[in-house]
Design a protein around this ligand. Structure first.
Ligand code: NAP
Ligand code: F7E
Length: 350
């Protein structure tokens, strides 16, 4: 009989942390997770997936080396997944030093602690397509040159290369997943997809406040978080550690995503105007659904991302199962149903 494997997830209260915890529990792992004392979400997403009582939670702040040491001395860990980060790109311009500390140096803290206290533990680092930034190659592959455009992206490049360096220097089983945007009903509402689906769902329920957005032309390769955590797990099951892109290969604009979410809620958006004068109106009701404000533009933008996950398909046998239109509909209907449940109404129309 196979022994139960033990996993530790930093960022277990986040979107990916919750999906990964569920996946590992379903596979029979003993799952431990790090939670910030300051976290007011604590187990909300774990509760949404029905696994809150099954994850062993530990106080964990990635800025504190002693927190990592304490965990490694207390728990024998087979697989360590580092998902914790200051993950919202927009905020990283306000917190550049913090983003560097947590997203960059935090990775070095874990790797060096593992090297000293638990060198056999397999390690996963949550690298990001934001590292490609102003990409010169389409679609992006693992070897595409990085040109990050935000303090978040710069810090993730450090986290990426320190992981590669510990693998090459000390033979550690340390892998990086370069993940393109992945979303779900559990996505934070500060990210553009969650912001759009919540605002449109509220409008479908009669709210008269439009969704105010920034750059509608930005293009992203959006996939479903549930698919991506399966790819993450597969990376740590390989004999040899390596780096892999996870992406759908399809790029869509923010404007496209609005259209897909609107369609799922029975709206039909007509766009008019340009720049900050652009707006989206629902043809069926004449209501303004989207307006644009400079407030949501970034000091430097990543205009377009599109990933090539051929290596993950070939080596890991990984394929995404949810395309962007379906993803937008899943999120919009979920938000519609949550609002309906709060106000005692029925479920979303299809
Ligand atoms: P998320 O929902 O924002 O979750 C981030 C997690 O990190 C939360 O659990 C948060 O805890 C925790 N955290 C933040 N600062 C911390 C600190 N100083 N110490 C300990 N924990 C801390 O992010 P996600 O979407 O699940 O993403 C997971 C990881 O993948 C992140 O590293 C992100 O940068 C990376 N990534 C995400 C995407 C994507 O599209 N989702 C794509 C590429 C890479 P609280 O609950 O206390 O805030
Ligand atoms: O922005 C544009 C914005 O904040 C997407 C994180 O998970 O994925 C995520 O980072 C695009 C950008 O995600 C609004 O300018 C327009 O071009 O949803 P986002 P992100 O910055 O791509 C990567 C891979 C990560 O690693 C990160 O952790 O949408 N946009 N208007 C807007 N974005 C926001 N948030 N709000 C707007 O109103």
């Amino acid at each position: 009989m196979a022994l139960t494997k033990t996993a530790f997830i930093t960022g277990v209260t986040g979107q990916d942390g919750a999906y990964l915890a569920k996946l590992l529990l379903d596979k029979g792992y003993e799952v431990h997770g790090g939670v910030r004392r300051t976290s007011d979400l604590r187990a909300t997403r774990l509760e949404a997936l029905g696994v809150a009582g099954d994850v062993r939670l530990h106080d964990f702040e990635l800025g504190e080396l002693n927190n990592i040491h304490r965990i490694l001395k207390k728990v024998r860990i087979d697989e360590f997944y580092n998902l914790a980060a200051q993950s919202f790109v927009g905020t990283s311009w306000d917190l550049p030093i913090y983003a560097g500390d947590i997203n960059g140096l935090g990775v070095a803290r874990i790797l060096d602690s593992l090297r000293t206290l638990s060198p056999e533990t397999r390690f996963y680092q949550a690298s990001s397509s934001e590292m490609f930034g102003r990409a010169e190659q389409f679609p992006q592959v693992e070897t595409t040159r990085f040109h990050p455009r935000s303090p978040y992206g710069v810090a993730k490049v450090y986290g990426h290369y320190i992981t590669v360096n510990y693998r090459e220097s000390f033979g550690m089983h340390a892998s990086c997943g370069i993940l393109f945007n992945h979303e779900s009903p559990l996505r934070g509402k500060e990210f553009v997809t969650g912001k759009i689906t919540l605002a449109l769902a509220a409008i479908a329920h009669g709210a008269d406040t439009p969704c105010v957005l920034g750059n509608l032309d930005a293009r992203r390769d959006w996939g479903f978080a549930g698919d991506y955590v399966d790819g993450i797990w597969r990376m740590l099951q390989q004999d040899r550690a390596d780096d892999y892109i996870l992406a759908t290969g399809v790029t869509s604009s923010v404007r496209d995503f609005v259209g897909y979410a609107a369609e799922a809620l029975g709206m039909d958006i007509e766009w008019s105007g340009e720049g900050i004068a652009e707006r989206g109106v629902d043809r069926r009701t004449g209501r303004t659904v989207v307006t644009v404000s400079e407030e949501f533009f970034r000091p430097a933008e990543v205009e377009r991302l599109q990933g090539d996950a051929s290596k993950a398909h070939r080596v890991l046998g990984w394929t995404p199962t949810v395309e962007v239109r379906e993803l937008a509909a899943m999120m919009a209907r979920h938000d519609y149903d949550v609002i309906a449940a709060r106000s005692g109404q029925g479920p979303a129309r299809s």
